[in-house]
Design a protein around this ligand. Structure first.
Ligand code: ATP
Ligand code: MG
Length: 652
């Protein structure tokens, strides 16, 4: 497959002038970070306050059978003190968190660093009074409310390890995660308002706790005041206890390699993995990437629309921004409630400067038309970001033109739950952007493109293969909770001596990186290897198509055939003519080799709760193998799958 021509958008002079990192500085810092990582990261770790300074920087083995990753191992620090206490003197009255509720007619809250300190200390004291101590696990099952941040920071303050479960998950998924880490306490709320509906979180927790040890306690935040059942002794009322709790709690001195949190991956490719992140390296990396990638400056209003149930919410709503003394916006609602203009209404209302969201949200809003964006004053926006999936050039262009008015650089940040922070992204003041490209490695990150069969490094530009990372970086995961063997097997066994990302990538003629999707999603049609993302992008570029997912299926002649699931724009209807037109369209856009064998109209696509398309399920449907769909516990809307099965297209 030839590399498609791409538009290139160099950074504007204005942005270059004011940015933390310009092109020359990036080159210099990147070179240092690779040539002398010990020196580079020792310097970067100075952005953190250490209770006991470290003397060792890096101690890493990628040897299969003995994988061991340590950063700053003899240092001690406290993450909550870094995110709150050290800012009190200089910015105690500055807003730390802006909270925007689900219902726009409810009042937003502005929580200062002082108040954040008070609330976190009280929550920490409540947890201690419930018997939680250093190293104990706490499951957090909360809506996007400030108490979710207090809970995370309270755990960090006393050295407890949190594991956040997205509030949209079922009692079964919650029970599995409570038992998986043997949690002492679950923190939940009465109800979670979202998109005008309420999820009964407490009764979900009640149902989950039936399958857990009797000793597990439940701390309940009153969000709506809705009725809940109550078990005395087990259930604790947060709002009542907070009235009595002491206003100060001393931050615990934690070792740099003590676990900070456990978090499960999204489950796009299989059974979710309980990723473990530790303290010193993670915080250093989250803070540095937040400042540099988003070019965050003092006084900026920064908004990441993710949920704290995903790693993006951990690193880029809470830990990174707060470590930097930023003002971070936390949104309880959804992009389409009360209508498809909500994101932009919030941007206008709070004068948002940096806005960070996922391609799935952009594609959904793009399908609703531009009038929802144009109603609002977005003149405070300086930068846009995306994360979670490859972004199709079509969606990128819409984001750039309609939302950013062509003046906001787009940082397409490639990373994973496992990586703790961004591994590849353009930096706004240093790099040009290209629609759909992750562009450049972050400091300390050495990407390599490997031949999928031989595992040999492919040098030079204009090449494609499996994406691995050569050495460690401080934000890297340390293990899979309770299963170090799975950790080694998943990430270090296929390509020895490297961290295997599971993603494919292309290094284009300019040396810039493009994520081509999961390695599992590469298909081989008559001997031609292609990423399904490429065919999807071509489909989405057609005016009638809102979203598309492409998978391979066994084909007698070609080896693999191309099976496309297509969601049309709101105002378009399926027809045979359109089907023919789309087939022709892809042939013209990419070439006859990419001609779709099957197109199935899909009113909805199976997605994870974080909005990623679950291609593994679509593959099964295309293969006519409905019996073994695998783990579907993280699916957002299971009914979508039934619909796709019953309307499965005849292969022709
Ligand atoms: P699981 O590992 O359980 O299958 P998952 O990989 O979807 O789930 P996450 O850690 O949430 O879990 O997602 C990381 C993956 O998302 C990356 O490996 C990559 O495939 C994709 N991704 C994230 N950001 C980008 C991006 N900017 N461009 C392309 N792909 C991205
Ligand atoms: Mg993954």
């Amino acid at each position: 497959m030839t590399t498609p021509e791409s538009a290139v958008y160099p950074p504007s002079e204005d942005i270059v002038k004011n940015a933390h990192v310009n092109a020359a500085k990036y080159d210099e810092m990147y070179a240092q970070s690779i040539e002398n990582p010990e020196k580079f990261w020792a310097e970067q770790a100075e952005r953190i306050d250490w209770i006991k300074p470290f003397t060792k920087v890096k101690n890493v083995s990628y040897d299969f059978g003995n994988v061991d990753i340590k950063w700053f191992e003899d240092g001690q620090l406290n993450v909550a003190a870094n995110c709150i206490d050290r800012h009190l003197e200089t910015r105690g009255d500055q807003t730390a968190i802006i909270w925007e509720p689900d219902d726009p007619s409810d009042e937003a809250k502005h929580i200062s660093y002082k108040e954040l300190h008070l609330r976190t200390c009280r929550m920490a004291n409540i947890l201690e009074s419930m018997g939680v101590g250093k190293g104990d696990r706490v499951v957090i099952y909360l809506p996007m409310i400030p108490e979710a941040a207090y809970a995370m920071l309270a755990c960090a303050r006393i050295g407890a390890i949190h594991s956040i479960v997205f509030a949209g998950f079922s009692p079964d998924a919650l029970a599995a995660r409570i038992n998986g880490c043997d949690a002492k306490v679950v923190i939940t709320a009465d109800e979670a308002p979202r998109g005008g509906r309420k999820t009964p979180l407490k009764s979900n927790a009640d149902a989950a706790l039936l399958h857990c040890k009797e000793s597990v306690k439940c701390l309940v935040v009153r969000r709506t005041g809705g009725q809940t059942t109550w078990i005395d002794g087990r259930d604790h009322d947060y709002n009542e206890m907070a009235l009595e709790a002491n206003d100060y709690c001393k931050p615990a001195a934690m070792d740099a390699e003590d676990p900070l949190f456990i978090l499960y991956t999204s489950g796009s490719t299989g059974q979710p993995k309980g990723v473990v992140h530790t303290t010193g390296g993670y915080l250093t990396y989250a803070a540095l990437t937040h400042e540099v990638t988003f070019d965050y400056h003092d006084g900026d209003i920064y908004w990441c629309t993710a949920d704290v149930g995903w790693v993006t919410g951990h690193s880029y709503i809470v830990y990174g921004p707060l470590a930097n003394g930023a003002t971070t916006l936390m949104f309880e609602g959804v992009p389409t409630y009360p209508d498809a203009g909500r994101f932009w209404a919030v941007c206008e209302k709070h004068k948002v400067n940096q806005f960070y969201t996922a391609p799935t949200a952009i594609r959904a809003l793009m399908g609703q038309g531009t009038e929802f964006v144009e109603k609002y004053d977005l003149s405070d926006l300086k930068l846009l970001g995306t994360v979670g999936e490859p972004i199709n050039p079509e969606a990128w262009n819409w984001y750039n033109d309609v939302v950013g008015k062509g003046k906001c650089p787009i940082v397409d940040t490639w990373w994973q739950t496992e990586t703790g922070g961004h591994l590849m992204t353009p930096l706004p003041g240093a790099h040009a952007t290209k629609p759909g490209a992750a562009m450049k490695p972050f400091f300390g990150v050495e990407p390599v493109v490997l031949d999928p069969q031989s595992g040999a490094e492919i040098d030079g530009n204009g090449v494609e293969g499996v994406l691995c990372i050569k050495d460690s970086w401080p934000g890297q995961m340390r293990t899979v909770w309770g299963d170090h063997e799975r950790f080694e097997k998943t990430y270090f066994s296929d390509y020895k001596g490297y961290y295997f990302t599971g993603d494919g990538c292309r290094r284009d003629a300019d040396g810039d990186y493009w994520i081509t999707g999961r390695v599992d999603d590469v298909i081989n049609v008559s001997g031609h290897r292609m990423g399904t993302a490429e065919v999807e992008s071509a489909l989405v570029a057609h005016a009638a198509v809102a979203e598309a997912a492409v998978v391979g299926y066994p084909h007698e002649i070609k080896g693999q055939g191309i099976y496309c699931y297509v969601t049309l724009m709101n105002d378009r209807e399926p027809s045979d003519e359109l089907l023919k037109e789309l087939r022709q369209w892809v042939r013209t856009e990419i070439g006859p080799i990419a001609s779709p064998d099957v197109i199935q109209w899909a009113p909805g696509l199976p997605k994870t709760r974080s909005g990623k398309i679950m291609r593994r399920i679509l593959r099964k449907i295309a293969e006519n193998d409905f019996g073994s769909l695998g783990d579907t516990s993280t699916l957002a809307d299971p009914s979508v799958v039934d619909d796709l099965i019953s309307n499965r297209a005849n292969k022709g």
